[in-house]
Design a protein around this ligand. Sequence first.
Ligand code: SF4
Length: 444
Amino acid sequence: MSTQTEPKLVTQIDFARAGQITPQMKEVAEREHRDPEYIRERVADGRIAIPANIVHIKKGMRAFGVGEGLSTKVNVNLGISGDKADAAEEWKKVKIAEDYGADAIMDLSNSGKTRQFRQQLIDETPLMVGTVPMYDAIGYMEKPLVKLTKDDLFEVVRAHAEDGVDFMTIHCGINKSVTKTFKETGRLMNIVSRGGSLLFGWMEVTGNENPFYEYFDEVLEICHEYDVTISLGDSCRPGCLYDSNDATETAEMIELGKLCKRAWAAGVQVMVEGPGHMALDEIAANMKLQKRLCHNAPFYVLGPLVTDIGVGYDHITAAIGGAISASSGADFLCYVTPAEHLCLPNAQDVLDGLMATKIAAHAADIAKKVPHARDADDHMGQARRKLDWDAMWECALDPVTGKKRYEESPAATEGTCTMCGKMCAVRTVNKVFEGTTIDLGMED
Ligand code: SF4
């Protein structure tokens, strides 16, 4: 008789490898119109992640799957900043994220009572919650950057895990080898990742290796204990078109691929983060390279923004890139708002950014042939043909804004809108087929 104890199954990947389908896998399967075994197989080999901290599950979160064959997920960033610490405004953004169909909220708070805000968010939202512990470290430990120790940084990671954070961006890939490549090859915009720049500064001043890289196994132990999905941060994502797909970005991606394998070996779920800014014609190749180098781990992408000069409209530059990236393999899009590069977004910016990103994700899902992705579009076509406005609102990604605009401009001819009025093409053709009088207005 064996005296060995069976390893404890904690994470979704643990259960999947043991051949067990969890309630979260079932929930994902149902929502995505997939067989539960399809989900289990892909969670087991890392192609799908279900970021769901065991603490957040107990608080009633919904399970979301991120990865191969699933609908593209959308994240909203929010959080209190040092310059604009208005918790009430941030709660308005949470409500918008929930009401308008975000799948995840990243709390990027970096000032004041971050723990209180984070814990309340996890208590109240059923969406996936992500954080970047590095942003929080200086405020949490009340120390200047260069005085932070490895133990300080890991204490913050543990605090976020205990609070129930489902996925954490941890900048593990920027090691001394990557920074050597960066300094040797140079870049126009250097390092534009906030967490990445802080770690680069810490490494340069202290002369030490990145502790998240050096002690990666300890990060994995914490993540395994709570089933926190590691979102491997791309410190060296391009901050302008000039830097995209350069040696530094690629060097870091190679490191991230190696870390994916170590995370899976430790029973930890993983996603990989990606660019950034990138010309339209480079995006598809970048997605394929990431999937190749990172062994098909889910890819979580910011944009990419397809031009650097769309300032004030970067929700559009990012949505164009987002549609291309998601249709080429990206699994999860981080929204970008019109305030990008300018200021902390307000509530309207959050709505505009979320809707632009939702449209990009949905357009990509149609192209990727995600099961039933096109159903709402086909229903919309039918509703429009019948000029059935109530049915149109049911299909719309944002029915509130659509209905409001329609009602603000009442049409003189019933069933139409003020765009064409009596010359409504849909109405005219319907009348032809009904065999009724076509009154085009000239008769009046
Ligand atoms: S009036 Fe013009 S825009 Fe409005 S529903 Fe008819 S065809 Fe479409």
